[in-house]
Design a protein around this ligand. Structure first.
Ligand SMILES: Cc1ncc(COP(=O)(O)O)c(C=O)c1O
Length: 412
């Protein structure tokens, strides 16, 4: 629209429908006509139980419902209830809090808000942030919404093996044309592949960034999106790499996008935090200041009830153990589903990207759109990505999984 009333920078936004919600609508339409049992809806990134019912952690639900009205309805401080901030940090690191580092947190509406603050407050306007080539679509939306461009690094080599070489190469490339590098890693249990970076990957990358940071002109911000950290195994395995994040040069900042959405099945309650790690006290104070200011200017404060819940859970070992046990059931359920799909894929020679845990499995494809459309003709709904098909095994009742890999191979 040449003559649109919309401001020029906002014109044209949203013309391309969100790929997940577009397929979800088709899937729901099919369910309305054919019924739940006849449709495979592998689209949405929330856990559904084997009866096809939205899954919650019962103890979270129960506790949440008895929080006093004033703790639920009142405003929270802009940065978040202090006890929540401490709880978010303690929950994120558990036994793996790094040393020689200042750690701060500011509440955000989910991990999304933390990614937003990381991009907007640390990338220069008009410059590029680096994200993986297999990526959660909103990273691009969040960047573009804030006047920032994205570039991608390749996660895997031609044999679909994870490799740090493209990460290093792209980082170097960007650092020659920009003084600020904001690079995002979504691990463990990456969306959409389920890949988890190893401690060895981290050690190598951190050495590389320490080397880049010798040029003090350069500022490096590593954004860690850990939305699926609780669905890839025991905390003693999944959080180990966090211990490596201390003692970095002052021109490296780590931001962690902490989310209560999956870990507490509280997706709609919109709660999380941006956690910052830096060796400089001055940077740490600046981190709290700029991110709180941004919150005030974008969404104001966070959801008080959700903050209260996390603060209380972290002080109540009995409740916490109950929640952990309930979550464990779902972790096992998702692994069980994943194994059925992956074992069948191996048997019939269907290539999948390396899956270690989390909500999704991805199958690479030359023409994902066409493949997804063919599957839809068989009432199988999956999300076509740029280079593959995403299967939300978190949402698929177990009985619908046998045969799915075979049908997928057939349409490829
Ligand atoms: C990769 C990834 N990061 C972050 C999020 C953030 O979710 P929320 O804003 O609900 O915490 C999601 C949710 O689907 C995700 O898949």
């Amino acid at each position: 629209m040449d003559n649109s009333i919309t401001a020029s920078h906002a014109q044209g936004k949203g013309k391309e429908p969100d790929s997940v919600f577009a397929v979800l609508k088709k899937s729901k339409d099919a369910i309305a006509v054919l019924g739940k049992d006849k449709v495979i809806n592998a689209v949405i990134g929330s856990i559904y139980d084997d009866k096809g019912k939205f899954a919650t952690l019962p103890s979270v639900n129960e506790y949440f419902r008895q929080i006093p009205a004033e703790e639920m309805m009142d405003y929270a401080p802009i940065a978040g209830i202090p006890e929540f901030l401490e709880a978010a940090i303690n929950y994120t690191f558990q036994d793996y809090k790094p040393e020689n580092v200042f750690i701060r947190a500011v509440s955000t509406p989910g991990g999304t808000g933390a990614v937003r603050h990381s991009f907007f407050n640390y990338a220069e306007q008009g410059q590029k942030v680096l994200i993986p080539d297999w990526f959660w679509g909103p990273y691009r939306t969040i960047a573009e919404e804030h006047g920032i461009k994205v570039d991608t690094y390749a996660m895997f080599d031609e044999n679909y093996t994870f490799s740090v070489s493209s990460i290093k190469q792209k980082s170097e490339e960007l650092l020659t044309v920009q003084d600020k590098l904001v690079i995002l890693f979504n691990t463990p249990g990456h969306n959409p592949t389920g890949y988890s970076m190893t401690e060895k990957d981290w050690a190598e990358l951190l050495d590389f960034y320490k080397h880049c940071a010798k040029n003090k002109q350069k500022k490096i911000v590593i954004v860690l999106d850990v939305a699926y950290i609780d669905y890839v195994g025991k905390p003693s395995e999944t959080r180990k790499f966090l211990k490596l994040l201390g003692g970095l040069p002052e021109n490296i900042l780590i931001t962690i996008a902490f989310s209560m959405s999956k870990s507490f099945t509280m997706y709609g309650m919109r709660s999380g935090a941006i956690i910052g790690l830096t060796s400089s006290q001055e940077e740490a104070d600046e981190f709290s200041r700029v991110n709180s200011y941004s919150s005030r200017g974008v969404w104001s404060n966070g959801t008080r009830g959700a903050q209260r819940l996390l603060a209380d859970v972290m002080k109540n070992p009995v409740l916490r153990a109950k929640i952990d046990a309930e979550r464990e059931n779902y972790i096992q359920l998702i692994y069980h589903r994943a194994n059925i799909f992956l074992n069948e894929a191996t048997e019939i020679g269907l290539v999948t990207l390396p899956y270690h845990g989390g909500f999704f499995i991805t199958v690479p494809s030359q023409d994902p759109k066409a493949a997804a459309e063919k599957l839809a003709q068989d009432n199988i709904y999956v999300v076509p990505l740029k280079k593959g098909l995403r299967f939300a095994i978190c949402a698929l009742p177990t009985y619908q999984i046998p045969g799915l890999a075979t049908k997928t191979k057939a349409v490829l």
